[in-house]
Design a protein. Sequence first.
Lengths: 249, 51, 218
Amino acid sequence: MSSIWEYANPKKFIATTNRLLPWVTGLAVVLMAVGLVWGFFFTPDDFRQGSTVKIIYIHVPAAMMAINTWAMMLVTSLVWIVRRHHVSALAARAAAPIGAVMTVIALATGAIWGQPMWGTWWEWDPRLTSFLILFLFYLGYIALWSAIEEDDTAADLTSILCLVGSVFAILSRYAVNFWNQGLHQGSSVLRAGALMGDTEERVSNVFATPLFISMAGFVMLFIALVFLRTQTEIRARRMRALLARERMQ
Amino acid sequence: MPDLGKYADAVLSSYAVSLGLILALVVLSVARARRVRTALEEVEARVKKHG
Amino acid sequence: MIALLLRDLRLAIRAGGGFGLGLAFFLIVVVLVPFGVGPNSSLLSKIAPGILWLGALLACLLSLDRIFALDWEDGSLDLLATAPLPLEAIVSVKALAHWLTTGLPLVIAAPVFGVLLNLPAAGYGPLVISLLIGTPALSVIGTFGAALTVGLKRGGLLLSLLVLPLYVPTLIFGAEMARRSIEGLTAQTSLLMLAGITFAVIALLPFASAAVLRVNLR
């Protein structure tokens, strides 16, 4: 129990996560249910956006998780490169599809919200565009993982890709900001951003409390899924190793 | 059921799409976890027997 | 180093394909665009810088998998890796050779193809400058992608998927610079950002490419 690195032992990781998993799952279900039900049934409509304001209880947490997942992958990739703990690399692999799904949810709910609000499904707004680029990064990352058969090689290559990709993702974010200003200069503040601003300025708690509960629920869901999927990856890796040894004999 | 007004389609469809995607992710993850777990147990049992 | 550069250049020209193919592809893209969007010349002149940038980018992408593939197949990459030259230098030379055989011809050809797309007169200078500054970044980033996928049998498609998102900032600033100059806006910021990306990429990315190559050669 002396250090956090003990959890990098695959057996220890599986044992610990097995003990935690029911709690985290339960917490995820309860928090998401409370946040979404509260948000969906018991919040008033926004006077300008009408009932579409209810979409934020999904949209904002999904968008947050889309970015946080990449950040988590960056950290675990660094841990893999520096300390070479297999669990760390496998956790990054396990997290990527979750991040990709969260990005799709953020984009889809954004598009559905944008249709009645902005009058268009898609706008080449900086935020939307950078999320689309983030989705491309997830796709490339997942594709590289699945293309390489040798486990350690795949872990090495994807973690370097994750590092380089992070730099370019941030760069793209600024480039896209710049690019869009070029299209419609002097246009109003970011409309998607005004959403959060609105809720916090005017009717704060009515919208904010269920939103925060829902965000916590998404975080718990993410942790539960990462635990489960990392366990799967550990087992799959062990199975490949056993089969390879069997063939050798 | 709250009155969603004229935006009912937008709100309901975005909830449906998102929850559907999350559910699909969870189901796929759990299914693969089960499959890999049983497959590993099989292999481990076989290795022990032979080995 | 110079010997390696000359060898790569000779190979690229002798193999015939690599050298001319990128240019031909660029020409085809430029010819196909008016078929797609219609022959309206004012529309064409408006989208010309973007199309030229996109065409150059795709033409660049086309020849990326050739950077390491041939050396990988005949084993000379292993020899190069054990050579006294550091792998970072080898990677940089490879990127330079790729730029000289692909990027530079595209830069030279771009104004000619600009005529086909009715590029406004004010656009030629900025377009050539932005391509001249931007295409080295494309080659260096592409070398990283090629190093990532070198061991894979069908890495071509994966290579595009990996490299294209990394091209976004270069494309944005490059095309933006040409467009702003045409519209009479100041293009200084985009020019500086474009140059910044290119120099940073030339300085830093060879380390990542070399690291990736070492993993793949293990």
